[in-house]
Structure formats: structure tokens, C-alpha cells
Design a binder for this molecule. Structure first.
Ligand code: ADP
Ligand code: ZN
Ligand code: ZN
Length: 722
């Protein structure tokens, strides 16, 4: 930008206002007051903006502005601690990469609680004085209560006042026997500890050592690795050693996990190994806790951040390593704007810091298999074998459970063992219909059937959350004959209880059963602690848990994911079956997996049954090459939605007209089912040159923005949709 009015160096701050409207795009210049001379890139300011006040982030400092100094406004306040400069740069990149705006991208990297004005909590701490020590030695008269308190302070050192009784302390303070001071206290999250803890690190296997050596050789220079290890091959131990090495070299590490609630074991292992230098960041924490953990990282008190996708923005000053555990997991994709992919962001952030990326999975994505250097852990720890997988053909079986499945569960019951049963559908039954007139109960906001949840006596929409009372008769014809179709985890739980209880207790794990902060972790811990039982649930039951003694795994409807009209259907199905098998037979006794399916010859299921992930990757990459799907090309999805279908279609059509001439293959507009009361129209751009396509889409969306607003259409862009 041209500086027409040079003034003293460093006096102008270029500020991006944190407003969510697409039309407002900064940065705007503000004149810093002399006492604000220490403001740097990333500082958070409160600035006058039009007739309002807004928060803004300093993108750069300048020595001049296009506007005369007297026409520039001054910031009202500087709000510490601000954002590290490398994260400001990362946000700029994110905005472009995901067709978003700088302001929206910046909201991802702000200190937690910025809007709510959270600050450090203060507590009163009491400490024994010299006079207090004398008094204990008999130098002064003391009541019994006072003596107890002073003794406690002598043994334990400085102690939080409230735990000792403030009135007693105040009296002792008045006599100069104790000192009571206010101190900042970090709110530390507590976690439910489950799983087998190792007190000291085990000796690595030769395979683990070889993988670790490759990572260590790259520490300092940077590198990108895929740790492709079968389930139970000890990937976590390799992560732990790599983090240890990063710390030893004086640098920090980020460890990304799919979902904290589902991976308390992994988090626990990092805390057990490294103690207080581990900070945990996730949305389950209170705002205050999150703020304080963030600050511990920012100030260098903590050097390791463990968390889900948003932890990729952890404010570490010097990152040596970024671990991505279970890199195939769909939760690494953010569904808000910007629709970032934490795995892609991790690669970028690692580049900024010269850090190593270590992504691990038993079922890596084809994208990662191609882009990252492969390290293999081909066998389970202790040479245990992977469980035998049997595919059960469900064609012609009119019951949710195959007779072989029932027999296997009965065997588990008589042996007093454990089983996991996966059914990727919540609720009691899939949908309800009237036997009299065929009426199907649908969501009023979405074009989908409502699901019966019997425990709450409600019908629920799994897309928008709409709920209503379950009907006792048909609203269309008055018939009381209401038919239930299909099974869900809720009815399965009941069925298993009736068939196998009480010797085989049932534990249910799904989004309904798990409402509430620690419920998931508690259910997992209860199943872990039980001597016998069956864990029933959605795909949550298949996530990286390390239970010692699961003898049987069952996938009830393996082709449910296959029926999805999505190019990732094969990949998802393969991962689901393989991951469930991964929970089974980790103990001494081995185990067995049953896979029920209507498509017994599907490739993904066949490869999973053979534990052949190399074979699966090879054929999946070939298939994608033919179709031009990732990694052989990129996809961008644009969804236009509006209350009025015609308006959504109109905007999608004009976007098509703007993007196609830029040399991109544009598919659509195609209608999607109505969601949350909005009709949707979709475009898919298939591109060989992703950068060019992102720019073309960004320009087209900007050009249509005003028209879209006028028509009541919202446009969402998803680069690399999952
Ligand atoms: P993965 O993440 O590959 O599925 P885990 O990291 O859960 O595997 O490891 C499986 C089990 O083996 C864990 O209980 C872990 O503590 C244990 N383990 C890992 N490495 C070793 C080792 N070198 N020696 C003994 N036990 C190990
Ligand atoms: Zn009816
Ligand atoms: Zn709905």
C-alpha cells in the first residue's frame, strides 16, 4: 500500500476488525497513541468502527497510511495477551485456502474467552510466618483449632485458604502468625483416568525403534511421516518417545486426537508421562479452564498441547513436532466457516516452524498414503495376531442379528467375557409408518424421516434436532396401527438385555446415552472395569480404545456406510470394520469379529476381513485415479441454501456460470434434501489445480455475495469435503 503521509515509524496499526460479514474486509489503519508503542502483530485491540466499537487484530505495523494521520481513529484499548504472530499469518493463509474471510479465520486463533472477558482466577493462599513457627514451638497461646491450622501449614507449605477455614486464618493473620495473599491460580481440567497405565516406558520393539529413528532423524529439519501400524501395534508409544525427543531438544509438541471424550486414555498417557508440561485444550472444558490452559502454552509454562482439531492452533512458541493420532478420523474436518481440515493445517503450521508431522493410523487415508513418508508397524505388540473376521450374509435374514451372532454372544456370556457390538444408528427404530394409510412421520424442517427414541417417548430429527411426542395414532387416518422399521442402538440395548442379561451387563455408548460432560468417559471406564459385558453403540465404540480383554466384535450393518452416495464410502467402511476389529483380541486369549452385511462381496469389507490395508489402499487409489478423486485431483463443494428453492438454485446457477469459464469442471447444480427449513442446491468442482480452483471459487463467491444476500441465500464453500 502506498504511504502518502509518512509519520514516525511504527505508529500505524493495520487492524482486521472481527466482524462476520463477508462484505467488510480490512485491514483498516489506526493511529497508535505513544503509550501504545509496544503493540505488535497479533495484538488484540478494541477500536471504534463506524459508529460501533469492535475487536480487531493487528495484522501489521506501518510507518504511514493513505489517510492523513488526523483522519485516523485511535484504538480505545489493548487487550492482552493477543495472538502470536505466526498464528496471525496462519489465519491469513486459512482464509484464502478455505474461501473464507480473514476475520472468520482469526476467530479460530484468538485466546479462548476473548469475547467474554475471561481472566485468571485468583485465590487466597495462606503461609506460615516465622512468628507462626515460634508460636507452634510454644511461644504464644493457641486454641486447638489454631494449632491444627498452623501444623497443617508447617507440613504442607502454602495452602489454599478456603480449605483451612478463613475466619481462623484471619485471626492468625491479625497476630502475624500467618500471611494470607491473593495469587493467580490456573484452573486445571480434571480428567477421568481409564486404561492401563505404564509407570515407566516399555522397551521399544525393533519395529517401533525403526519408526522412531526415522522421526528423530528428521527432528530439527522437518519432515512428514505416516505411521501405518496395525491396531495394537504400539503407535502411541512411538508418539510419546517422539514428543520426549522434541522436549529434550527444547521445543514443544502438539498432539491431535480425534475427540477428547472418546480418547481419555491417550490423553491420560501423555499426562502420565510428561506431567504438568501437558496442557489440554478442548470444548468440553469450561471457558476459564480453556483460557488458562491456553495461557500456560502461550507463556511457555506448558510445552505439549493435547487436544482435538482446534489444538492445531495451540499458541506454542516453538513447535518441533505435530502428532496426528488416528489421522483417518472425520472429526479433523471442521464444519463451521472456515471449513478447515486440521490435518492440512498441521502440515502448514509444521512448515512455519520447521516441525515434523507424524500422522498415525491403522487405516490411513489414500491422500496420506501418497503424500507422507510411510513408516510401518506391521504386527501387534507381543506378536499377538489380529482377530479372525467372518463375513455374515444378511440377505434373507429378517432379524437385526444373524443366528451366528446370537450364538457367539451366548458363548461370550457363558465364558464370562466381553463383546463390542456396533450399530451405526441411534434411537429405537429408523422410522415409523402407518399400517392404515402408509403415512410416514417426517421432520417438518428437513426432508428426512423422524427416528423413534422410546426412552424419552419422542420422535427426533437427527439432522436439525427437532423433537415431538411419539404418536399413539396416525394423524392422517386415525389408525392406531403404527409400524416401526429398522433397529437402532436403543432397541438393540433392550434386545441384548432380554436375551443375555443379567450375566452379560449391557453398556450403551452413543450421542444420546452420552449427553453430559463426562458420561462417555465414564461409560468406557465402567466397561473397562467390568469383568464381563457387552458395549453397544455407534461408531464411537470403534475409536482407538485399548481394552485388554474383548473376545468378540460385531458390526451389525456394515454396508450402512457403503450405501452413502459419497466417494469416501469404501474408505469409511473399510476403516469402520478394521477399527472395530482393532478393539478385539488385545489380551492373551485372541478374539473374533463378525461382520453382518447385505453386500458380502463388497471390496472394502473383503479387504478388511483379510486385514489387508495395503491391498485396500492400492485398489482404492487405482479407482480414484480413474474417477479423478483425491488424491488424484481435489474437490470443492458449494452449497447454496435458502427458504425458497428457486432462489438457492438461481445463485448456484450463477456461480456455475462464473466458475466454469475459469477452466474448472463444475458438476451441478444438484438438489440436496431440505435441511433445517432450507432448500439446498449443490455444485461440485473437480480440479487438478487446486490453488487455481480455490481462487476461482473465492472470486465467484465474492462476486455473488451481494446478490445472494438480496435473495436470502447463504453460500457455504467446502474445500476438500469429507
Ligand atoms: P495402537 O495405538 O497402535 O493401536 P497402542 O498404542 O494402544 O496401539 O498399544 C497397544 C498396547 O501395547 C498398549 O497397552 C501399550 O501400552 C502397549 N505397548 C506399546 N508399546 C509397547 C512395548 N514396546 N512393550 C510393551 N507394551 C507396549
Ligand atoms: Zn394413517
Ligand atoms: Zn430436521
Amino acid at each position: 500500500m502506498q504511504a502518502n503521509f509518512p509519520c514516525k515509524p511504527g505508529l500505524i496499526a493495520r487492524v482486521e476488525p472481527l466482524t462476520l460479514t463477508r462484505a467488510v474486509r480490512g485491514p483498516f489503519d489506526y493511529r497508535l497513541r505513544p503509550e501504545q508503542s509496544d503493540v505488535g502483530v497479533g495484538a488484540l485491540l478494541r477500536v471504534p468502527f463506524g459508529r460501533r466499537k469492535t475487536l480487531g487484530v493487528v495484522l501489521e505495523l506501518a510507518t504511514g497510511s493513505e489517510l492523513a494521520p488526523e483522519r485516523l481513529a485511535e484504538p480505545d484499548a489493548v487487550l492482552p495477551p493477543g495472538v502470536p504472530a505466526d498464528l496471525v499469518e496462519l489465519a491469513g493463509w486459512l482464509a484464502g485456502e478455505y474461501c473464507s474471510t480473514p476475520a472468520r479465520a482469526l476467530t479460530l486463533v484468538l485466546p479462548p474467552g476473548t469475547a467474554g472477558g475471561v481472566s485468571r482466577k485468583r485465590v487466597l493462599v495462606a503461609e506460615l510466618t516465622d512468628a507462626g513457627a515460634d508460636a507452634l514451638g510454644g511461644g504464644a497461646p493457641l486454641t486447638d483449632r489454631q494449632r491444627v491450622v498452623l501444623e497443617a501449614l508447617r507440613c504442607d507449605g502454602p495452602t489454599v485458604a478456603a480449605t483451612l477455614g478463613t475466619p481462623t486464618l484471619r485471626r492468625l493473620e491479625a497476630r502475624g502468625l500467618v500471611e494470607v495473599r491473593s495469587r493467580a491460580q490456573a484452573r486445571r481440567p480434571t480428567s477421568v483416568a481409564i486404561g492401563r497405565r505404564l509407570d515407566r516406558p516399555p522397551a521399544l520393539t525393533a519395529e517401533q525403534q525403526a519408526a522412531l529413528d526415522a522421526v528423530l532423524a528428521a527432528l530439527g529439519a522437518g519432515g512428514r511421516f505416516l505411521l501405518h501400524g496395525v491396531t495394537g501395534s504400539g503407535k502411541t508409544e512411538v508418539y510419546l518417545r517422539a514428543v520426549e525427543a522434541a522436549l529434550a531438544s527444547g521445543r514443544g509438541a502438539i498432539v491431535l486426537v480425534p475427540e477428547i471424550a472418546l480418547t481419555p486414555q491417550t490423553v491420560g498417557r501423555f499426562q502420565a508421562r510428561f506431567g504438568d508440561v501437558v496442557a489440554v485444550l478442548h470444548s468440553g472444558l469450561g471457558q476459564g479452564e480453556r483460557h488458562d490452559e491456553w495461557l500456560r502454552l502461550r507463556t511457555g509454562e506448558a510445552h505439549v498441547c493435547v487436544g482435538p482439531r482446534s489444538a492445531v492452533f495451540a499458541p506454542l512458541a516453538d513447535i518441533g513436532l505435530i502428532v496426528i493420532d488416528e489421522e483417518h478420523d472425520a472429526s479433523y474436518k471442521h464444519e463451521g466457516d472456515p471449513r478447515y481440515d486440521a490435518r492440512t493445517v498441521a502440515l502448514r503450521r509444521a512448515e512455519q516452524h520447521g516441525a515434523v508431522v507424524l500422522a498415525g493410523s491403522a487405516t490411513p487415508r489414500p491422500e496420506s498414503a501418497v503424500a507422507l513418508t510411510r513408516l510401518s508397524l506391521p504386527s501387534r505388540i507381543d506378536g499377538r495376531s489380529l482377530p479372525e473376521v467372518e463375513v455374515l450374509d444378511m440377505r434373507g435374514v429378517h432379524h437385526p442379528m444373524h443366528p451366528r451372532t446370537r450364538m457367539a454372544l451366548a458363548d461370550v456370556r457363558s465364558a464370562g467375557g466381553k463383546a463390542i457390538v456396533l450399530l451405526n444408528r441411534r434411537g429405537w427404530s429408523n422410522f415409523l409408518s402407518c399400517r392404515g394409510c402408509g403415512h410416514v412421520w417426517m421432520c417438518p424442517n428437513c426432508e428426512v424421516a423422524l427416528v423413534l427414541h422410546r426412552a424419552s417417548g419422542q420422535l427426533a430429527c437427527h439432522h436439525c434436532g427437532h423433537r415431538r411426542r411419539a404418536p399413539s395414532r396416525c394423524e392422517a387416518c386415525g389408525s392406531v396401527a403404527v409400524a416401526r422399521h429398522g433397529a437402532g442402538t436403543e432397541s438393540l440395548e433392550q434386545e441384548l438385555r432380554e436375551a443375555f442379561g443379567p450375566e452379560l451387563p449391557v453398556f450403551r455408548l452413543d450421542a444420546d446415552a452420552a449427553a453430559g460432560k463426562d458420561r462417555l468417559a465414564r461409560t468406557l471406564a465402567a466397561f473397562e472395569a467390568a469383568r464381563a459385558g457387552v458395549l453397544v453403540g455407534t461408531q464411537m465404540v470403534a475409536k482407538g480404545h485399548d481394552f485388554a480383554d474383548v473376545a468378540l466384535g460385531v458390526v451389525l450393518d456394515a454396508d450402512q456406510t457403503l450405501r452413502f452416495p459419497d466417494f469416501r464410502a469404501e474408505e469409511r467402511t473399510f476403516a469402520l470394520v478394521t477399527q472395530l476389529a482393532g478393539r478385539v483380541g488385545r489380551g492373551e486369549d485372541g478374539g473374533k469379529v463378525l461382520v453382518q452385511t447385505l453386500a458380502p462381496s463388497a471390496q472394502s469389507i473383503a479387504y478388511a476381513a483379510r486385514h489387508d490395508s495395503d491391498g485396500f489402499l492400492e485398489q482404492e487409489l487405482r479407482r480414484r485415479k480413474v474417477l479423478g478423486y483425491p488424491p488424484h485431483g481435489s474437490l470443492i463443494r458449494i452449497v447454496c441454501s435458502a427458504p425458497d428453492a428457486a432462489e438457492a438454485l438461481a445463485v448456484a446457477t450463477s456461480l456455475h456460470g462464473l466458475i466454469a469459464p475459469a477452466g474448472q469442471t463444475v458438476l451441478g447444480p444438484a438438489p440436496l434434501f431440505r435441511l433445517r427449513g432450507r432448500s439446498r442446491s449443490q455444485l461440485v468442482i473437480k480440479c487438478a489445480d487446486r490453488g487455481a480452483a480455490v481462487r476461482a471459487v473465492g472470486a465467484a463467491v465474492d462476486e455473488c455475495a451481494a446478490d445472494a444476500v438480496r435473495r436470502g441465500v447463504s453460500v457455504s464453500v467446502d474445500v476438500d469435503p469429507q
